[in-house]
Design a protein around this ligand. Structure first.
Ligand code: CA2
Length: 145
């Protein structure tokens, strides 16, 4: 069975509680359940993790090697700052889809650059939390092709 890790970075535990005009009303728990349920409909096992700590995210990416076929990664603000996360993704054999709830290119300039895009299979941004299931589909379609 194909296994997918849905990884969320800093502050995404606040989803649904603040800034609903940017990130919507859905909580992280709802998003994670949606991902697990969507994986099941496609015959894939989805595991969800969230951390506010860069090193923890690096450790989970290292552990993903040989354990997960793909990663859906919303690295939050670390997207725009973290060479460490780029290096970690380079060191895993799992394919990664970069995911953003908001359209980062329609926001402040500092959100326009991503250290992760260069090591991503592709990028989904601006479709709200629906982007998570779009990213799972993109990963599964790629892995199955
Ligand atoms: O659009 C996205 O998914 C982002 O990755 C979200 C990050 C932001 O720094 C990126 O530029 C784009 C921020 C996550 C913060 O999440 C919150 C959710 C609810 C309330 C407050 C923060």
């Amino acid at each position: 069975m194909t296994s997918i890790l849905v990884l969320n970075g800093p502050n995404l535990n606040l989803l649904g509680t603040r800034q609903p005009e940017v990130y919507g009303h859905t909580t992280l728990a709802d998003v994670e359940q949606m991902c697990i349920d969507h994986g099941k409909t496609r015959g894939a096992a989805v595991t969800c993790r969230q951390s506010n700590h860069e090193g923890q995210l690096v450790d989970w990416i290292h552990e993903a090697r040989g354990q997960f076929d793909g990663i859906v990664f919303n690295a939050g603000a670390y997207t725009h700052t973290s060479i460490a996360l780029q290096d970690a993704i380079k060191g895993t054999d799992a394919k990664m889809v970069e995911l953003h709830i908001s359209n980062t290119h329609a926001r402040e300039n500092f959100r326009h650059h991503s250290y992760l895009s260069a090591v991503a299979l592709g990028i989904i941004a601006g479709f709200g939390v629906r982007g998570y299931t779009l990213a799972i589909d993109a990963l599964l379609d790629t892995l199955e092709s």
